[in-house]
Design a protein around this ligand. Structure first.
Ligand SMILES: [Fe+2]
Length: 206
């Protein structure tokens, strides 16, 4: 989440307000039931199954469009489905919004672009990053410990679907301290990811 863990354009963005917590704890029942019908099997899902699930959700706009939020001030994320082995999120991205580099701790991830365009990056040490552009119908996958960032490119908003298994309980957020040392901070999986980027070294990594 992020992933959902959410996000924002800068580290001084306001924290998630109390009235917004329902967005990360209460999936709409009707949509959740429809999403449940797409689950391929019981148990923890692997990365292939997670990406397939995210793409299946993209293919059913009635499932994700009601959860899209256009918010120029912060990246928004809505819970679509959760049980004891998986959670699924709808993320809405506006211009300038991105996650910064992070991992999903023990959770594997499958993501897919539903609308607009985002860019996914992975670090290339010592000084660079990959750039994978995703438009509607494109999917990606990452095992536990996968490190990436995602940022808006086009769309008002751009929309992505993210599925995590086991459920996203923690994320690791990366930053570089004043001495240039890479630091990982552990955040709750449903708290907002801030873009602490590594832009101090290379703006292209933002
Ligand atoms: Fe992520």
């Amino acid at each position: 989440m992020t992933h959902p863990a959410a996000t924002s354009t800068s580290s001084d963005a306001p924290a998630l307000s109390p009235q917004q917590w329902h967005e990360v704890s209460a999936p709409p029942a009707e949509l959740s039931e429809r999403c449940a019908a797409l689950m391929p099997r019981d148990g923890v899902l692997d990365v292939v199954e997670l990406e397939r699930l995210a793409l299946d959700i993209v293919a059913d706009p009635e499932l994700w469009q009601p959860l899209v939020i256009e918010d120029a001030h912060r990246r928004r994320y809505r819970l679509l489905y959760e049980d004891d082995r998986i959670d699924v999120w709808v993320l809405s991205w506006m211009g300038g919004q991105g996650t910064g580099f992070h991992d999903h701790d023990l959770s594997a991830v499958g993501l897919a672009c539903a609308q607009g365009e985002v860019v996914e990056r992975q670090m290339l040490l010592p000084n660079g990053a990959t750039n994978v552009h995703m438009t509607s119908g494109d999917g990606r996958q990452g095992p536990p410990g996968y490190i990436h960032s995602v940022a808006h490119v086009e769309g008002h908003p751009a929309v992505t679907i993210h599925a995590y298994s086991p459920p996203l309980e923690r994320v690791g957020q990366y930053r570089v301290d004043d001495e240039g040392v890479l630091r990982r901070s552990i955040e709750h999986g449903r708290q907002e990811l801030l873009d602490n980027t590594i832009a101090a070294i290379d703006p292209d990594r933002a």
